[in-house]
Design a protein around this ligand. Structure first.
Ligand code: ADP
Ligand code: ZN
Ligand code: ZN
Length: 802
């Protein structure tokens, strides 16, 4: 087995395969699949992942592996398999799939060094290598005759450590400890012999006579108000010794979490958790859809199921959307499981992320709570995977590999024979459809645990406001209500439902929105050409002067910024203190949390913001939630627009009146009759599901069909169009006759960084060869891609259609 199959770090489809390398003698005893290596590739040396060791190669002249970067594999056998599956499923490169599963620190090429941790004597060879030094460059090891296997052992013993140097020694953090090295009676003798002038030394020595345990050096220095030289004097006399121990950077101090205990479950909760517990007990794999309104006790179910898994000696992954990964959320898990929890999210520094990841890698924790990529946590005995708010789009990665965490979770759950739980108040239509067909097991929680009713939702028809002469963005009812609440010292959350540049057009007289006659999707206004365009099928028409439905001339395109609303709001209610939260005010790290704290501490009356305020916030004092323009999302060029609107409205409604004060929701809209708005105001998910499924069926969208989106871009407009045409043509030649290919159409964002973007959308029911076909097309265009800068990107499960 002296040949290694390696996936090299060259992101090109022509190189998307393993390469064989000879394993030189010095690495033979230690090299395992899942380790990173440095290999010669053409004129360069590059990084790669060993995926397999074999006896034979079909090539004669093999080059040798130049270096091994890891002493323990960083990818488990399961993750190596998963990476392969992921790459194939998403039509990505193997290398990008592997990279996606690892923390940043392990992806780059860092310089390495070895550190001696132990004062005890090492083997003669290692002693010679270190030659009295604490740190040696890794190259010294490579140039020596020292056997790597021996180094591996020393690392396992904690005698030496490897560091990856990211400019400075940030990858691992060490703390120096101080401990006595002699028996107590010898220390006592030494104390008596000491001269009276060495007061501090005496105090310190007396301290260690009474206590033989190692103490952190810094705390000793502080306690005795002394300096390092006092310590050094005692170390030189051979009475005390210092040593270093690795500590993890802990972004959450575990001591600040109050312990919580399992609550007595309600009848509904018990019914929901029973089959999950059964799964855990029997090592069975089912996917459970836990459909429960906000506050119905889903999290408590997660916690108790995880407890079973921990008791069984297995591990748990909990995914929550990035934006909900607030200290409040972390507290729920740390409160129950303490330091047995690692947290992974993008707010951590690279070093912190690496530390948390290593706690998982070394099996020092059994629970990981994190955003999307935590689904790759390198556990080997998974007992449960939980995805909270499973409908959230942030579970879909929008660059290569374009995967959905839900698919990865289900794949890993099947591998580990463990349950997967998808929780949501508003499940994704696809998930609910699967539950409806009994592919997933459905559990429903219909009541809040405190039996508080969901707040009343009042829908305000903005067309009527206009007719009554109110041209502002605030309805009379919203204004009056805000004033009433503020005067009572209560707080208001205002949601401006806006995403990016929503440039659909709408008649302010009758609410008519111009839609594509073929696609049931709002047309997008293109200012430059003054045209309305469909981004799915390229239908276009000129911008109308009068409303096609009522002939009013009040037809215009929409889009309002938070800043403008803030100004209008302060004019409308001058006494109100407004806090604005949007991409502009939350750009800096920690800004998000700071704003929320200000609001929680009642430093403001109104919190005004975009989508980001809808998630997981829980303020006792909020009694009114206002949604300014419920329509703006409804009319995005996206077949999920209604679903997203329903989800968002349900979610914001959950923000009001969670505690003792009763809450109310006011939703402003120009289309109160739209089913997503009407049904969200009645919290009627089931009715919404049925109605939306009918639409999806009629216009052939998921879950009735699968989608694949291919986006082609090039600096030259003609080249982009022609390449897309060619691709569409080859697709047509090979797909089944019931498969639909839409395009070429310009992408909704038709030019990015001077590159023209075209796309085609494939709608299919059964197309087992589609991935192979796309790969073949990719290879056909290899030359264009490598030499002429053509880009082809493939999304096998598109969520972002813009
Ligand atoms: P969800 O995750 O569905 O929004 P949570 O699990 O956060 O709901 O529960 C909402 C509130 O109800 C929390 O304060 C939680 O502590 C409490 N709760 C949950 N289950 C119970 C129970 N069985 N008995 C009493 N209180 C509960
Ligand atoms: Zn269309
Ligand atoms: Zn009209």
């Amino acid at each position: 087995m002296n040949i290694a199959k390696v996936i090299v770090d060259v992101p090109a489809s022509s190189i998307n395969q393993t390469f064989d390398y000879k394993i030189p003698e010095r690495f033979r005893a230690m090299l395992l699949p899942g380790m990173r290596v440095i290999v010669p590739f053409g004129p360069r040396k590059i990084m790669g992942y060993v995926v397999k060791r074999v006896n034979e190669s079909s090539f004669d002249k093999l080059k040798e592996i130049a270096d091994v970067l890891d002493l323990t594999p960083i990818l488990t056998p399961e993750l190596l398999e998963l990476g392969k599956w992921l790459a194939e499923k998403t039509v990505s490169l193997y290398i990008t799939a592997f990279q996606a599963m690892l923390p940043q620190v392990l992806k780059a090429n860092y310089k390495k060094e070895l550190e001696r941790l132990s004062r005890e004597s090492l083997s003669a060879e290692l002693e010679a290598l270190f030659a009295g030094r604490d740190f040696i460059p890794y190259g010294a090891l490579e140039n020596s005759q020292v056997n790597f296997h021996q180094v591996q052992k020393a690392i396992q013993n904690g005698d030496i450590a490897v560091h990856y140097l990211v400019k400075s020694r940030v990858t691992k953090k060490y703390v120096t400890y101080l401990k006595p090295t002699r028996e107590v009676h010898l220390l006592e003798e030494a104390l008596q012999d000491m001269s009276g002038r060495a007061k501090k030394q005496q105090e310190l020595l007396a301290f260690f006579i009474n206590q033989s345990q190692a103490i952190e050096l810094n705390s000793v220095l502080k306690q005795f108000k002394t300096t390092r030289s006092t310590v050094n004097a005692l170390v030189d006399k051979g009475l005390l010794a210092t040593f270093k121990q690795e500590v993890y950077r802990n972004p959450y101090d575990d001591h600040t979490f109050e312990e919580t205990e399992a609550l007595e479950l309600t009848v509904e909760q018990r019914e929901a958790i029973e089959p999950i517990k059964q799964n855990i007990k029997e090592n069975a794999h089912d996917v459970f859809l836990l459909h429960g309104v906000t506050g119905s006790g889903k999290t408590e179910i997660y916690l108790q199921a995880i407890q079973d898994v921990i008791d069984k000696g297995e591990e748990a992954i909990v995914l929550v959307p990035e934006i909900s990964l607030t200290p409040q959320m972390v507290k729920r898990f740390k409160g129950r499981f303490g330091s047995n929890v690692a947290v992974l999210h993008s707010g951590l520094s690279n070093g912190e992320k690496y530390d948390e990841w290593r706690r998982v890698h070394r099996r020092e924790v059994q629970v990981v709570v994190g955003a999307r990529s935590a689904v790759f946590a390198p556990f080997e005995n998974l007992g449960i995977i939980i995805i909270d708010e499973e409908h959230e789009n942030s579970y879909k990665q929008e660059d290569q590999p374009r995967y959905h965490a839900r698919d990865v979770a289900v794949h890993r759950g099947a591998y580990h024979h463990c349950p997967v739980i998808l929780g949501s108040a508003t499940p994704a239509l696809e998930s609910y459809a699967r539950a409806h067909k009994a592919v997933y097991k459905l559990s429903s929680l219909t009541r809040r645990t405190n039996d508080k009713a969901m707040p009343d939702v009042n829908v305000v028809d903005m067309r009527k406001e206009l007719h009554a002469g109110n041209r502002s963005m605030f309805s009379r009812s919203l204004k009056e209500n805000m004033e009433k609440r503020i005067n009572r010292g209560e707080q208001v959350v205002l949601l401006l439902n806006r995403r990016g540049y929503s440039t659909f057009i709408m008649c302010r007289e009758c609410g008519h929105v111009r839609e594509c006659p073929h696609c049931d999707i709002a047309l997008t206004y293109h200012k430059y050409s003054n045209q309305l365009k469909c981004h799915y099928c390229s239908y276009e028409e000129p911008m109308p002067l009068y409303c096609p439905s009522c002939n009013s001339d009040l037809i215009r395109f929409f889009g309002t910024g938070t800043q403008r609303i803030e100004e209008a709001l302060t004019k409308l209610i001058p006494q109100a203190r407004v806090l604005r939260m949007d991409v502009d005010t939350t750009r800096r790290k920690g800004a998000h949390e700071k704003l929320l704290n200000q609001f929680a501490n009642k430093k403001a009356d109104i919190l005004l913001g975009t989508q980001m305020i809808a998630k997981g916030l829980d303020f006792e004092n909020v009694t009114l939630v206002g949604v300014l323009t419920a329509d703006s999302m409804l009319n995005l060029p996206d077949f999920r627009a209604s679903e997203k609107t329903f989800q968002l409205l349900t979610q914001v409604s959950g923000r009001a009146g969670r505690h003792d004060l009763p809450g109310e929701v006011i939703v402003q809209t120009y289309t109160p009759e739209h089913y997503s708005i009407e049904l969200a105001s009645r919290y009627d998910y089931w009715q919404f599901y049925q109605q939306e499924m009918q639409m999806r069926k009629k216009f052939q969208y998921p879950p009735y069909v699968f989608l694949a989106l291919i986006t082609i871009s090039h600096e030259n407009h003609v080249k982009a169009v022609q390449s897309t045409q060619q691709i569409v043509k080859s697709l047509w030649k090979h797909v089944r006759k019931e498969t639909v290919i839409l395009g070429p159409t310009p992408s909704p964002i038709a030019r990015v960084k001077d590159r023209y973007r075209y796309q085609c959308m494939i709608k299919y029911k059964h197309e087992p060869e589609l991935r192979t076909l796309i790969n073949k097309i990719n290879r056909q265009f290899a030359d264009e891609i490598n030499k002429h800068d053509l880009q082809i990107s493939v999304d096998m499960q598109p969520y972002q259609l813009m």
